[in-house]
Design a protein around this ligand. Sequence first.
Ligand code: ARG
Length: 458
Amino acid sequence: MKLWGGRFTKETNQLVEAFNASILFDQQLAEEDIAGSLAHVAMLGRCGIIAKEEAEQIKEGLITIRERIRRGEIEFRIEDEDIHMNIERLLIEEIGPVGGKLHTGRSRNDQAQVDFHLYVRRQTVQMVELLVALQEALLSQAREHVDTILSGYTHLQKAQPVRLAHHLIAYVSMFERDIERLIDSYKRVDLCPLGAGAMAGTTFPIDRHDVAEQLGFARLYDNSMDAVSDRDYVVEFLAHSSLIMVHLSRLAEELILWSSDEFRYIELDDAFCTGSSMMPQKKNPDIPELVRGKSGRVIGHLMGILTTIKGLPLTYNKDLQEDKEGLFDTVHTLQGSLQLMAQMIATMTVNKKRMASGAESGFTNATDLADYLVNKGLPFREAHEVVGRLVLHCIQEKKTLNACSLSEFQQFSSLVEEDIFKAISLEQVVEARKSYGGTARVQVEATWKRKQKQIEAA
Ligand code: ARG
């Protein structure tokens, strides 16, 4: 017999049973469902909607069921459709017909919403914690590599040398924005929908503020129709998660590129790589590749929920049951990706020599030679032209700028003097960028300290 069977004269079609059910995935909300029910029933008792003793019996019954679920003793039933009706059925089996009083003044529409709000709220906090751990891994590598210099790239062509610390802290900044976004959207998930009923409120003299307070919600939905149909918080969580995955994917791409024989800038720890079934020499960066690849499915879940919601009239429609699987999968994907990325960053070895020699080739100090001429009075546009011709000369001669003699420089510009060699040395080139947020030591160390403080405060 279904909990809603009264109005029906036929059995549910077998295929419908499976197609309609959400229990296979929403059983992950068992803890939240029971927490919501405990708050609801305590309020029903306090407001005199059910007797105090009945509320007490239901509470005891729910706690017993929670224990049995935690011990893995419960097998949920497809016929009971979802976690809400499975638990209600278990409750009635446990304590008898009084269990049927739990659902007074409540609908599965506001119940499903409260469960999911509790879940997304908890996952938002967890995600921030994982992001902070990743930032810590990046920052501790950054601390070790203030003096490690590599070429920075634009268009994947060598551009200007930077400290590796500077490069890594760029990612710390990305994840900082991700944390800010999660903290901001937390406000909109920290909202209690319970008490909205099916969609119009309830005839019972409930106290929604009491329930919200018990569940630790800062605010309540103030419109019952919005309360049951809002899924903005799901969209926001998936949007933030998508951007986090995009950031991770960019970092992963660099790890993959840097591990290649062409770069050899880093080596990932063996524990995070795999071999080939055929080629004995291979050590493949599968984990960053998977992180890069898995960004696709998370972005897909975001598109999925947006598309699901966009044509829905108010209020609850069964389509909304589709809000869950994509989000569960996103949480699972992000947890693995963030944890593994932090561990890979912490354990990778950096090939300082390769990085330095990479920065020495590719004319990464050409801008500095132009700046040198500007400091001697030449307009920047003319300096750019002079250095361009010098670079062309060096390409033809197969040499670096530093390898030119003073008289060679002077053939291109009479402004060049003996001090040129210091001005275009790698160390000096990096150190000269003292502008706020630049790659000079003072700036990198100041940024490092600022980030470290923020993390400690988080
Ligand atoms: N399993 C449903 C969901 O997750 C619960 C709400 C169902 N409400 C209803 N009236 N059928 O969306």
